[in-house]
Design a protein around this ligand. Sequence first.
Ligand code: LHQ
Length: 264
Amino acid sequence: MTASPTVLSALADGVLTLTLNRPDKLNSFNEDMHLAFREGIQRAHDDPAVRAVLLTGAGRGFCAGQDLGDRDPRKGGPAPDLGRTLETFYNPTLRLIRSLEKPVVCAVNGVAAGAGANIAFACDIVLAAKSAKFIQAFARIGLVPDAGGTWSLARTLGEPRAKALALTAEPLMAEKAADWGLIWKAVEDADLMTEAEALARSLAAGPTLGLGLTKRLIQQAATNSLDQQLDAERDCQQQAGRSADYAEGVTAFLEKRPARFSGK
Ligand code: LHQ
């Protein structure tokens, strides 16, 4: 395992595991962690050996959002430009996660607050420990949900639940988040990493090109008309149909054996 102090990164079986690693601060983001996290996701884009990403947190929390100690208002000085923080750090990373045409699994091992919750919601398949909770903590400190939170909550839950979560900052337990369709599932705490790792490994052994195109199509669906989406499916299927993994998948089916996908 190679270690940056704030994000641990390990590649095995095609899975790049990124572990947010500031456990004393519940893995809240300082500048170094922002850069290390972005570097990890960028590697997933650039390195063909990476065929899936698994994101999790070290210690008892997943991520408590921005490190609030970084800009202590008691120290005085001009008000910070938080828009600039978003533009410089969060927004590029969120865009990199969404545009990565490889599956991103998130294992929420504990509390996910503020931008920490919304980064989890930007991932493709989210598993959470039953003891984990999601908190739109922004209202407690006079901010608005960021890191794509207003977008993902409103789209996934609809306005009534999105507004209630964001305006009250009430914690949402993992099982309820799963019931509401905000995450894929809540699992026993002790099983979280085994399940998430098995899922990430199986996705990494899958037809990466087809999975990447599937991710793209589903993300486009909300803003496309049915006509546009049918055209997009046609184009992606044309590409998938030319892949080595399509030939392998069909051959394996006909030969009654498991497919051995190359990701191409
Ligand atoms: C923390 C943090 C934290 C520093 C726990 N920072 N130390 C974007 C643009 C730019 C700027 C602003 O923000 C954003 C996006 C955002 O994410 S804004 C939202 C920021 N996050 C929050 O408001 C959440 C703050 N944390 C909490 O409310 C609680 O810590 C939660 C509910 C997450 C967990 O509560 P507990 O389980 O009771 O743990 P704790 O509060 O005792 O925290 C443990 C330690 O972690 C503690 O340090 P200490 O030295 O006293 O043991 C906390 O100070 C530290 N910590 N979150 N965000």
